[in-house]
Ligand binder design. Structure first.
Ligand code: NOJ
Ligand code: CA
Length: 563
């Protein structure tokens, strides 16, 4: 049954424990705090929570430097607290996904420590070594400006070790069957404790396991298949969501031709061109990437997002497009990172414009796939550019106007709470927005509710309709239901006609899901539509019986600022 593919109509919310809610006053968010806010997330419309790494870790890369895959960092609680959390989620029908960092460990992981101490121990071959500094050691840096090399000398090991990321993150040798076996065991362990799936970190680098020049990637792809098979054997509905910033044409290898590898993947090409469309009004590159991302095996699914916990990576845009995105959304040097990205939150990037935020979310929610929301973006939180690198967009959740945004009573929160300017917690917080029916939070709640009812987006087929260049009009069809999503990327009112691909015998009206207005078809079967500047409208094709009435803003809603 295709409806059993729960991830196809999920709403995923990503959060890191340390910045969500602190329950014991030590300044660090924890499982008990998160447990307290599951009802908030359920009310928001979230159906799956993606937890960023929560294992014991020196936390030099936000937990992506794992020192024990089987544990919970004591700062966040205990394994018992973790199970209380997954159980509370299950009671509410919420799934839990967690990060799975297979590419590397922390230098403090016992495997690496053992490998350093004894050249002949089995753990030596868990990592990747060279006696001489490889010639390409300066190439393929992931964090240019911060990272200097991908091979670092270790005097205990008397060898260089390979690290795609920071020097404290030695790459695992995934080609070693013993490493693969350990990975399966880790997956099995967490599935047993109530996890429904994994966000797999840095997947392209698993494929490039032996450094930059991979001779034969097939065994690594085969490992992805094996991983999936193992997980589904243990738990039938388990899914993997791959972090892979690669061109669309390479994606099928990650999904598998027959859909036997990873079920989901973030659509980075669509993310980048979506930001270009917002910056320029030009929808052509976005349409092109959407077309390139179609025809997947039935089991496969894209995940769409606006911002995540990293920089907005626009490296793959052509020069002119990248320049346009930088100059519109991150013009100052301090906003930019690693020569390729913008380290800002969504709301300030969009100048705090309510109309642009709605447009961006409306676009993202109607992309073919599953939406992923970043904590704090539902209230339009800002960034703190005085923090280093990607920390700028990882400040504590702003719950209320109480001290430290209600995140912690502690004087020293894990990262400073934003306390001044238009995005300070006294102006942007959950408590205030819940009390205001016109707030962005309320708007998101309504949109998510409606989005979940529109199962044709996640499960169905899409067609991009022929319209004007500043308009994106997408039709979805699934099990006899047809809907249409229209967006005006320009700052002018636009009138246009669309001709849907409708197999029904009679000509049907389009019913607007925001206004409940019905738009009859013209004699030739097309529909005449009008979109306000930066406007968007969602429609269901058909009569009242097909319609979902939802209180969205009216066509002439003026442009408002988030606060
Ligand atoms: C990708 C993660 O999103 C990022 O935050 C992390 O630094 C790297 N992988 C290394 O694990
Ligand atoms: Ca705490």
């Amino acid at each position: 049954m295709s409806a059993d593919r729960w991830y196809k109509n999920a709403v995923i919310y990503s959060l890191s424990l340390d910045s969500f809610l602190d329950s014991n006053g030590d300044g660090i968010g924890d499982f008990a705090g998160l447990l307290d806010r599951i009802d908030y997330l359920q009310g928001l419309g979230v159906t799956a929570i993606w937890l960023m790494p929560f294992h014991p870790s020196p936390r030099r890369d936000h937990g992506y430097d794992v020192s024990d895959y089987y544990g919970v960092d004591p700062r966040y609680g205990t394994l018992g607290d973790f199970v209380e959390f997954t159980q509370a989620c299950r009671q509410r029908g919420i799934r839990v996904l967690m990060d799975l960092v297979l590419n590397h460990t922390s230098t403090e992981h016992p495997w690496f420590q053992a490998a350093l101490a004894d050249r002949n121990c089995k753990y030596r071959d868990f990592f990747i070594w060279a006696d001489k500094r490889p010639e390409d050691a300066d190439e393929g840096l992931i964090f240019p400006g911060v990272q200097e090399t991908t091979w670092t000398w270790n005097r205990h090991a008397q060898a260089y070790y390979f690290h795609r990321f920071y020097d404290f993150q030695p790459d695992l040798n995934l080609a070693n069957p013993q490493v693969q076996a350990e990975m399966l065991k880790i997956v099995g362990f967490w599935l047993e404790l109530g996890i429904s799936g994994f966000r797999v970190d840095a997947v392209p680098f698993l494929i490039a396991a032996d450094g930059i020049n991979v001779k034969d990637p097939e065994p690594a792809f085969e490992f992805l298949r094996h991983l999936r098979e193992f997980a589904q054997w243990r738990k039938g509905d388990a899914v993997f969501l791959a972090e892979a910033n690669i061109p669309p044409e390479d994606c099928v290898r990650y999904f598998g031709e027959t859909g036997d590898r990873l079920q989901m993947m973030f659509n980075f090409p669509v993310n980048q061109t979506l930001f270009y469309a917002l910056a320029s009004g030009d929808t052509a590159p976005l349409r092109e990437k959407l077309q390139a991302s179609r025809d997947l095996p039935p089991i496969a699914q894209w995940a769409h997002f606006l911002r995540n916990h990293d920089e907005l990576d626009i490296a793959r845009l052509p020069d002119e497009q990248r320049k346009a995105v930088f100059s519109t959304f991150g013009p100052d040097e301090e906003m930019q990172l690693y020569d390729r990205g913008i380290r800002r939150r969504l709301a300030p990037m969009l100048g705090g414009s309510r109309a642009k935020l709605e447009l961006a979310y409306s676009l993202m929610l109607t992309m073919p796939g599953t939406p992923v929301i970043r904590y704090g973006d539902e209230i339009g939180m800002g960034e703190d550019l005085s923090l280093p690198e990607r920390e700028a967009a990882r400040t504590p959740m702003q719950w209320s106007a109480e001290v430290n945004a209600g995140f912690t009573p502690c004087d020293e929160p894990v990262r400073p709470v934003i306390d001044h300017g238009p995005y300070g917690y006294r102006k942007v917080n959950v408590a205030m927005q819940r009390a205001d029916d016109g707030s962005f939070l309320r708007w998101i709640e309504r949109m998510l509710r409606m989005r979940k009812e529109l199962t044709e987006i996640g499960h169905g087929e899409f067609t991009i309709l022929d319209t004007k260049s500043h308009i994106l009009a997408m039709q979805y069809t699934y099990e006899g239901r047809t809907s249409l999503f229209t967006h005006n990327l320009s700052d002018r009112k636009v009138e246009f006609a669309v001709k849907l691909d409708d197999k029904s015998e009679s000509v049907r009206p389009l019913v607007c899901l925001q206004t409940n207005r019905s738009i009859p078809a013209s004699d030739d079967g097309s529909h005449d539509l009008v979109l306000e500047p930066l406007g968007y409208r969602w429609f269901r094709l058909g009569g009242l019986e097909d319609m979902i009435v939802n209180g969205g803003p009216a066509a002439d809603t003026p442009v408002r600022v988030v606060q």
